[in-house]
Write a protein of this length. Structure first.
Length: 366
């Protein structure tokens, strides 16, 4: 487990402007020693800019960066001890896998005997023992990326940064390499800063996720915090699927929606009466009411009925769209049943949820 007590990197109001536009607005947070932190966000949100500021590829417009407590804001990239892995692998095409991995050691003047030991160990760690003599064009995309990772870990940098390292790989290989990178992180215990715009990859791999949008941090927290307690609509929609409802809270702790529904709000987090409010409900928290099902005691279910508007079967899970008579649409997710037992478009359906599963979202402008 990472030593989450010590800060490896501290960002203090760091920002980057290109001309008059901010690629990164003033941003402050810390990365703990040994942590796997993922920068997640849509294209143009500032993820690569932030990596480049930390690695020294860009100079900061304002703010300060500390590494192990020392100010590195103006330190040259080589002095920062950060290893980079890129999406396009950036291998040298005329060199063998061995020589590509040996390169950072040779520029550091390591002896050939040590180089041999370290390169063979690094290639073994990424599952490429025996591939030493292959040139990049004799390797698959996944193998080339493994060489890229070996070249990074071989000189034991204190922090490893990866910018969309799996972006060029197909889905199955991506998932396999996600597990390999996680295992590698556990084995070597180095601080990882990882960039992706794939929310499932971020949820699967990270100790914490830094969700970015428009050059700023929207939410920084564990995968659980981001999934179960997204702070605003952007976070709720970017991670996972969500049903969003808005309205005004009345004196009985009910949300009156625009179409006149009165929905019970959570008791655990009260919103003052009279305030407008937006709430989110995850599709898997909505259940289909089964008259034969034993009642769960102690839950004040909210029950609504409508008709099935769409059915999407994707193997293990089925997503149903349920349209209420006023037109409100809910998406719900259940484990799949065989086709003859599945709902069809137009079928009447009754669904329910526990009001405590409603997540109250912050206004994005606040
Ligand atoms: N060298 C540059 N000159 C001008 N603008 C830039 C430069 N680099 C980045 N930007 C702008 O800064 C913003 C953030 O870019 P950045 O590359 O950090 O995004 P990103 O989150 O990495 O996106 P992607 O997922 O597409 O890689 C974008 O609007 C981009 O156009
Ligand atoms: Mg980028």
């Amino acid at each position: 487990m990472p030593d989450l007590e010590q800060n490896m990197i501290e960002l203090k109001a760091i920002s980057k402007q290109f001309g008059s536009t901010y690629a990164l607005r003033p941003t402050s947070f810390s990365v703990k020693k040994g942590e796997f932190l993922t920068l997640l966000g849509p294209s143009g949100s500032g993820k690569s800019t932030l990596l480049n500021l930390i690695s020294g590829g860009y100079s900061a417009t304002s703010g300060q960066i500390l590494m192990n407590g020392s100010d590195i804001t103006d330190a040259p990239p080589r002095k920062r001890g950060i290893g980079m892995v890129f999406q396009n692998y950036a291998l040298m095409p005329h060199m063998t896998a061995f020589d590509n991995v040996a390169y950072p050691l040779r520029v550091r003047g390591v002896s050939e005997a040590d180089i041999k030991l370290k390169v063979l160990d690094a290639l073994k760690r990424v599952g490429l023992a025996g591939f030493e003599d292959r040139k990049p064009k004799q390797l698959s995309g996944g193998q080339q990326q493994r060489v890229g990772i070996a070249r990074c870990i071989v000189y034991s940098p204190s922090t490893i940064m990866m910018d969309e390292p799996l972006g060029a790989l197909d889905k199955n290989l991506r998932e396999q390499m996600q597990d390999e990178i996680k295992t590698l992180h556990n084995e070597i215990g180095t601080t990882f800063i990882y960039v992706t715009h794939d929310q499932e990859e971020a949820l699967n791999m990270s100790d914490r996720i830094c969700l970015m949008n428009n050059g700023g941090v929207v939410q920084l927290g564990t995968p659980d915090e981001l999934y179960f307690h997204p702070v605003n609509k952007f976070a709720a929609q970017f991670i996972g699927e969500s049903n969003l409802l808005s309205g005004t809270v009345d004196g009985d702790n009910k949300l009156r929606t625009g179409t006149g529904h009165l929905l019970t709000m959570p008791l655990s987090r009260r919103v003052p009466a009279g305030e407008t409010c937006e709430v989110m409900l995850r599709p898997e928290r909505i259940q289909i009411v089964d008259p034969n099902q034993a009642e769960s005691l102690g839950v004040a279910w909210t029950v609504v009925s409508g008709n099935v508007a769409n059915v999407s079967f994707i193997g293990s899970m089925t997503t149903l769209a349920v349209r209420l008579t006023d037109g409100t649409l809910f998406k719900l997710k259940t484990t799949s049943l065989p086709e003859k037992h599945r709902y069809k478009i137009g079928d009447p359906i009754e669904v329910r949820w526990n009001p405590e599963d409603l997540v109250i979202l912050q206004n994005e402008k606040s």
